[in-house]
Design a protein around this ligand. Sequence first.
Ligand SMILES: NC(=O)c1ccc[n+]([C@@H]2O[C@H](COP(=O)([O-])OP(=O)(O)OC[C@H]3O[C@@H](n4cnc5c(N)ncnc54)[C@H](OP(=O)(O)O)[C@@H]3O)[C@@H](O)[C@H]2O)c1
Length: 331
Amino acid sequence: MQKRKLGKSNLEVSAIGLGCMGMSSAYGPPADKQEMIALLRAAFDRGITFFDTAEACGPFANEELVREALAPCKGKVVIATKFGFDIDPKTGERRPGLNSRPKHIKEVAEASLKRLRVEAIDLFYQHRVDPDVPIEDVAGAVKELIRDGKVKHFGLSEPAARTIRRAHAVQPVTAVQSEYSLFWRGPETEILPTLEDLGIGFVPFSPLGAGFLTGKINEQTEFDKTDFRNMVPRFTPENRRANQPLVDLLGKIAERKKATPAQIALAWLLAQNPWIIPIPGTTKLHRLKENIGATEVELTSDDLGEIDTAASKIEVRGARLPESALQMTGR
Ligand SMILES: NC(=O)c1ccc[n+]([C@@H]2O[C@H](COP(=O)([O-])OP(=O)(O)OC[C@H]3O[C@@H](n4cnc5c(N)ncnc54)[C@H](OP(=O)(O)O)[C@@H]3O)[C@@H](O)[C@H]2O)c1
């Protein structure tokens, strides 16, 4: 597996990471724990060294799963986790809204350190920018955690460009994690130029468009009743039908490159910049192998030009998140 560095930091990780959220939450009931432990270890055996979790996934079950699975790989992997929702660190009770007050950030760090059973959190992201807490205070709290050896790197998820600059001035930001794929290209206007300017790495989440770009979802697909995609406008059956041309485009390129649509979606992200590290999520070994295979797919400038020209003519229908969740982004 090729390696990449997150921006100008020295944090080196596999070119593709593994998003662990879907093993415990978001896409229906949690997957079988022993199977997920085997999957996480298979990912490590195949060269993946970058694992993404969050206290909010479960809450807590995902961090616990990641710890149990990766205990034998201690010191050889980078585990990223997140703070910032209003979750009681002791009970897991989730209150509505956000909480990035410095005291809470420190409590969450202590709780995550215990759950992950590590001496320091490799990469600690603010999950969503809290409008009630100046970002300087958030960066200041993480700076103290770094000074105390409890955190190694600072990250932000779904921030606005101006917030990245303000945070970075207090505590250098190693990585920004926001949604990015051919299904959602919002970061291209302001975020990617800002990251390039400041030397910060970018970690696209939902790099497969929450599964849509793989071609395995169509308007007939029925999601489990607890699957969050039931609440997402771009996943209504009508919008899935309307958005199908994007998947067809990936299918066409995939056929020519003897690859799969998922691999083209990931290879396209990898080709955008050397400091981009996507974190596709899966609960299945054959898909893990397929996604890792994207690192072997080389898209030429002609391929990339063709994808860009064709994609620019396709208007994606439906918002990427429910309205209440959308309001928490880009602040
Ligand atoms: N910072 C944030 O707020 C935030 C938000 C969302 C996600 N994330 C992170 O980003 C990671 C990835 O995002 P995501 O899980 O939302 O979306 P994703 O990686 O774009 O897609 C995951 C979905 O695609 C399916 N899938 C994966 N590989 C496939 C393949 N080769 N062929 C067909 N289907 C495939 C998975 O189902 P199967 O399990 O059945 O394979 C799953 O339903 C998460 O795990 C999480 O760590 C962060």
